[in-house]
Design a protein around this ligand. Structure first.
Ligand code: SF4
Length: 259
């Protein structure tokens, strides 16, 4: 929960900032001028207030969903609005409070994952896409697996060889992308209903924001050799995420035989 609190705290602080700005506009301009400025102020205040109400509803939906572990369906739109619209302000505020980008993004992914897990439902495997980053592949491996995953000989030198059988076992789509453009192309082409994405916190965050309202479960990769170089992901974590979607919820995941 501590991880989630970072993002939620910054989200709440962002809302306070908006409310403060609203009060400032009102007190500074509305009181001063009896002419046309007064009307502009009223329009600006109503617009910011409307935004603030939607953001407030979204924030309430996020917190309620996290606490109850249930999807608050009727608040989904404001939740998505709050999640995506406030992200840049949250990052800026994080900088002001000297919270590292990594920490905020990790917290963002945690919050996102829990919100996705609060959703009920079950997908047919062909509507699920697994997106893997190219940096999981062993750097010296000569096989071009981004164009065709069949080129991987599953030699065991990197986690790709353990992840490919998962897509075969469960019948889900799997793509290895070198960047956001290829990932977006795969999403456009395959039109999945949900995504399991493996990446670093930064790429997961931008991918999740890009895909809203599509549910994306993010699995963070380990970077023992530094960023973008021979990274690693635990295949069990990816399998668990796949099962979450195709077995219809966390509760079922633990009762499923992997074979
Ligand atoms: S498992 Fe082996 S063949 Fe497959 S991508 Fe990794 S290093 Fe290359």
């Amino acid at each position: 929960m501590i991880k989630k609190r970072i993002y939620l705290g910054l989200l709440a602080a962002t809302m306070l900032l908006f409310a403060g700005a609203l009060g400032y506009i009102w007190l500074t301009f509305f009181q001063q001028d009896g002419g046309w400025l007064r009307y502009i102020t009223i329009v600006a205040v109503v617009a910011v207030l409307a935004c603030l109400i939607v953001i407030g509803l979204g924030f309430a939906g996020i917190v309620l969903s996290l606490v109850s572990e249930k999807n608050i369906t009727f608040l989904n739109k404001p939740m998505n609005f709050t999640f995506s619209l406030l992200y840049p302000v949250v990052m800026w505020l994080g900088k002001v409070f000297k919270i590292t980008q990594d920490k905020i993004q990790r917290s963002f992914v945690e919050v996102n994952n829990q919100l996705v897990k609060a959703k009920q439902g079950k997908l047919t495997p062909d509507r699920l896409l697994i997106l893997l980053p190219h940096c999981l592949q062993e750097r010296e491996c000569p096989n071009r697996i981004t164009t065709n995953t069949e080129n991987c000989t599953r030699c065991g030198r990197c986690p790709v060889g353990d992840l490919l059988p998962l897509s075969e076992r469960y019948g889900v789509h799997l793509r290895i992308a070198t960047g956001g453009t290829l990932a977006r192309e795969a999403v456009k082409k395959l039109r999945p209903r949900a995504i399991v994405a493996v990446a670093c916190e930064r790429d997961l965050t931008s991918g999740i924001l890009d895909c809203i309202p599509l549910p994306v479960l993010g699995v963070t990769n380990d970077r023992p050799h530094g960023p973008c170089f021979n990274t690693y992901v635990d295949p069990d974590a990816v399998e668990k995420a796949i099962l979450f979607f195709i077995q219809g919820g966390e509760g079922n995941v633990f009762h499923v035989s992997a074979n």
